[in-house]
Design a protein around this ligand. Structure first.
Ligand code: IVH
Length: 572
């Protein structure tokens, strides 16, 4: 469906028309995909439109508009962030810690308003990300900034333009009064990194020997405060709107109307926002969010409760720190203390050595924690950990528990230094840590630990996803020598499998069937399954688009690899 661009034939007038058409289509399809989660065209078609836009804009740079979706890929790096003042200060929130304090919050409001009438509230998930302000003039995004000290933040417009769900131009509802676009509108909301993107990012950083982000919040902040907007563009950041600087700039009388209006203008509104008539409803919503928080695709650390009515908000006003009409109710702390009894040094698929703390079992949020990630050698040194230390640990959602710090006041003198090994704990090969990298590796190609991990990866979810072929099976089959390298998987003898401990005729047959079913993966999946360092899902896909067969790829020289184009695909 994309029109072939004929460089000589298309004049500026034609190009302008085509560009306008492309921008309209791309903006609409990106909204369908990212905000409504309801794509109308395939990724391939979208990519083609996007590529045509980029090529045409390159040919006619004077026709680039300030709301072009091409801004999503990120422009030139900045030297430094400029300051951005907030006309209306970006305040903080006060806290309540239990239902009793929630009641006091309401009583205080009633005293202030000299009434016994109960206000209605909006209960919103408290997103664990970064607050930003987006300023629109005549519908066009002209500035985006961080909160900073509340009065002055950093100008991160180019970075925020790369966040797919943030509208570059507001959508007007023609003919509708409430759909009219104000001359100036400052909206506020939270930029956050979904859990999955966070885990992927850290995995990628571990492979490249870079320091890991401690949690999605830090990762979101680190991704936004990047001088190079292209880096921000690669990070799958997301955004939910939660308010405006000045409610008088809107046609709305309360928060319920506001969210509906903001949604019409094209902003993503969190579907978990709930209108509550009583404190009992507020409390029920808090309990509900607490039970589902770990199933959400992003992290929340509590709930924000806001008086819905703008006239009441006005009368209540703010203290210097926070509005009187809102409060945060955080979820209980997810930290605990325990003793670190030892450290296990694990060898990963790519030879990376990951230190894992062994803990005296302790319960955090209903889950027994026995191990915690120590990330790498620098982290251990930075935290100054010793074996036998009493440590503060925390668990954030699905993220592996981690050690925050040792409680040095509780040292007895019996603690032992934590020594990072110089040889592979499995194969004894000397470990290497390249200059400037955070990761220490076993670089022996024959290391059995790496072979095991590679095999587990190959048959697992990220690899061929062979049904019922889990870590335990791989360990057993390698131990008895039935598989040593990847091709062995495809010539497993049924009779020998069936007589293994815990196996039988039926289970052997079942596994062999699952293997047979997974035997013809796409080239991209196969390349990815090999678990080669630096070759993740995205790279495998790009390689496959470039080299049509495995033989071509195997024959590729350095220059051929350099010619592989980075894609503008949305699935980054
Ligand atoms: S309203 C004037 N709503 O929490 C009140 N804040 O502790 C403005 N946050 O800086 C905040 N989710 O970054 C509001 N649904 C939500 C929120 C939310 C997260 C953050 C925000 C703010 C911080 C205050």
């Amino acid at each position: 469906m994309s029109k072939k661009i004929n460089k000589t034939a298309m004049d500026a007038q034609e190009a302008e028309k085509r560009l306008d058409d492309l921008r309209g289509q791309i903006t609409r399809h990106a909204h369908q995909y990212y905000v409504l989660d309801d794509p109308l065209i395939s990724d391939g078609e979208y990519d083609r439109l996007f590529r045509e836009l980029l090529e045409l804009e390159e040919q006619f740079p004077e026709l680039v508009t300030p709301d072009s979706p091409s801004l999503r890929v990120g422009g030139e790096p900045l030297d430094a962030f400029a300051e951005a003042a907030h006309d209306v200060p970006m305040l903080s929130l006060d806290n309540v810690f239990d239902a009793q304090e929630l009641l006091s919050f309401e009583e205080k409001i009633q005293r202030y308003l000299q009434t016994t009438v109960q206000p209605t509230y909006l209960a919103e998930p408290k997103l664990d990300g970064l607050a930003v302000e987006l300023i629109y003039e005549n519908g066009l995004l002209i500035q985006g900034s961080t909160r900073g000290n509340g009065l002055v933040g950093e100008n991160i417009t180019a970075q925020l333009q790369t966040v797919q769900v943030i509208p570059l131009r507001l959508a007007a509802k023609e003919g509708k009064q409430e759909g009219a676009i104000p001359e100036k509108l400052a909206v506020r909301g939270e930029v956050f990194l979904p859990r999955k993107a966070f885990l992927q990012l850290n995995e990628q950083r571990a492979e490249q020997g870079e320091a890991l982000f401690a949690n999605p919040r830090n990762a979101a902040a680190g991704s936004l405060r990047q001088l190079d907007p292209k880096v921000t563009a690669s990070r799958s950041l997301n955004f939910y709107v939660y308010g405006v600087a000045d409610t008088e700039a809107t046609p709305c009388a309360d928060l319920e109307e506001l969210f509906s209006w903001l949604g019409q203008l094209g902003f993503p509104v969190n579907p978990l926002i709930k209108f509550c008539r009583t404190l009992a409803e507020v409390e029920a919503q808090y309990q509900y969010l607490q039970t589902i928080r770990h199933e959400l695709e992003y992290e929340i650390d509590g709930m924000v409760i806001k008086v819905a009515d703008f006239a009441l908000q006005q009368r209540l006003g703010n203290t210097t720190r926070a509005p009187r009409w809102a409060t945060a109710w955080k979820f209980p702390a997810t930290q605990a203390t325990t003793v670190m009894t030892g450290v296990d040094f694990q060898v990963g698929r790519t030879g990376a050595i990951t230190p894992v703390a062994l803990l005296e079992p302790v319960e955090v949020e209903g889950v027994i924690v026995r191990r915690a990630s120590l990330h790498n050698q620098d982290e251990i040194e930075r935290k100054g950990l010793m074996i036998g230390d009493t440590v503060l640990i925390q668990r954030a959602g699905d993220v592996i528990p981690e050690i925050v710090k040792p409680i040095t006041e509780q040292r007895t003198g019996e603690e032992q230094p934590l020594v990072f090994p110089s040889q592979c704990p499995i194969c004894d090969a000397p470990l290497q840590r390249p200059e400037g990298e955070a990761i220490t590796r076993c670089v022996s190609l024959l290391c059995p630990a790496q072979q095991l991990q590679r095999m587990i990866y190959f048959v697992g979810k990220a690899g061929l996803d062979i049904d019922g072929f889990g870590r335990k099976n791989v360990e057993q089959l390698m131990e008895v020598g039935l598989i040593q390298e990847i091709p062995d998987i495809f010539r497993l003898p049924k009779e020998q499998l069936a007589i293994l401990d815990g196996w039988g005729e039926k289970s052997a047959e079942k596994l062999l069937l699952a293997i047979a079913e997974a035997k013809h993966p796409t080239l991209s999946r196969f390349i990815g399954a090999l678990g080669i360092r630096y070759v993740g899902e995205m790279t495998s896909e790009l390689l496959t688009r470039h080299f049509s067969s495995l033989d071509d790829l195997l024959a590729a020289k350095k220059d051929d690899l350099l010619a592989v184009e980075a894609s503008v695909s949305r699935r980054q």
